[in-house]
Ligand binder design. Structure first.
Ligand code: SF4
Length: 345
């Protein structure tokens, strides 16, 4: 058989669970229910997650997104996994906020390479008000190219969120990182509730929320249950749920803690379980391999690269999502749940 799978439009709309069953996703999950899903026999869990996926998404397609660090390093927060924190000696060179023109050039390149979402990340505890005009210019410029826009800039005030929303920002990424009870083990310079406050500002500004976290930080299964439970019981499920596998970085608290231990690499089956449970409890969100970050580099860590991604897509019979947003078969605004393999802000 010739290898045409990367160019064919694949539709897997087989006889699966009714889309209507997911029109109003539950937000009253108990921790026990989430834990019970984690405990399912692996193939049963995958079957259930695939049913949900097919009911609400085009199962043969994955969105290509590109992530650009528009301001690197020198961050005042102390996230234990992050190479960009001033608390960590990782040899990373801090940079100033990029010029708008350079950002737009990178966005054009990303579009040429097939990306439909362009994510801009700045290593800040929070942006200053004087940065906002430059940031809104970036949003407007990328949107004018016909791409979805996403930013991650740290904590936002209500007014800053409003300005970004008025510029047309599609998504704002603000991760809860881990379970509420594990939060202080990962970050001490802000609280879990601080994150929730910014998420409220973003939601009030009419911007879609991208909110997930990182697994493989030495946390327990119970922490992963608490992490997914916290996301699934937010007032509104995030539109995107990035579930990241930690890339341990030497010089960070967690990278050094995990070095040379069996915890340095999260068990792959456990990673897949986490994504599958997220899919089931947030059916309409793009959680669990609806999207990937393309390119050779993420914010500061290496990425698989376009050739490796294309080879994997061909092997799995997956095609890049061509439309800006995934088709939503459940009838309400599209949400997506993403799985990547990196650290995230
Ligand atoms: S993850 Fe983001 S907020 Fe945390 S230290 Fe890194 S850049 Fe700063």
């Amino acid at each position: 058989m010739s290898d045409t799978r990367t160019t064919e439009r694949v539709s897997h709309d087989g006889p699966t669970a009714s889309s209507a069953a997911y029109a109003a996703p539950r937000r009253d999950w108990s921790r026990q229910e989430v834990a019970a899903l984690f405990d399912l026999p692996f193939m049963e869990l995958i079957f259930r997650a695939a049913e949900v996926h097919r009911a609400c998404h085009r199962s043969g397609e994955v969105q290509l997104s590109t992530l650009l660090s528009i301001k690197t390093g020198g961050c005042q927060e102390d996230c234990g996994y992050c190479s960009q924190s001033v608390s960590h000696d990782t040899g990373l060179k801090a940079t100033k906020l990029m010029d708008v023109r350079a950002v737009l050039q990178a966005a054009a390149q990303a579009k040429d390479n097939g990306s439909t979402r362009f994510c801009m990340g700045a290593a800040w505890r929070n942006p200053r008000d004087r940065d906002i005009p430059k940031l809104t210019e970036m949003v407007e410029g990328v949107r004018a190219m016909g791409m979805e826009t996403c930013m991650t800039l740290g904590m936002l005030t209500a007014d800053q969120a409003k300005a970004l929303g008025e510029a047309g920002l599609d998504y704002y990424n603000h991760n809860i990182d881990t379970s509420p009870e594990n939060y202080a083990n990962v970050i001490t310079t802000r609280s879990f509730d601080d994150r929730i406050d910014t998420l409220e500002h973003v939601r009030a500004a009419g911007i879609n929320i991208c909110c997930g976290g990182i697994v493989g930080m030495g946390e327990t299964r119970g922490d992963r249950v608490g992490f997914i439970h916290a996301l699934a019981t937010l007032p509104v499920h995030p539109g995107s749920v990035p579930i990241n596998a930690l890339v341990p970085v030497k010089g960070t608290v967690i990278g050094d803690m995990l070095a040379d231990t069996s915890l340095a690499r999260l068990d792959e089956i456990e990673f897949v379980r986490t994504i599958a449970v997220a899919r089931i409890v947030m059916p309409r969100s793009m959680a669990g391999a609806n999207s990937i970050f393309t390119g050779d580099k993420l914010l500061t860590t290496n990425n698989a690269g376009d050739h490796a991604d294309a080879a994997l897509f061909a092997k799995l019979g997956i095609v890049p999502m061509m439309t800006m947003e995934p088709h939503d078969k459940c009838g309400e605004p599209v949400q997506d749940l993403a799985s990547t393999r990196s650290t995230a802000c």
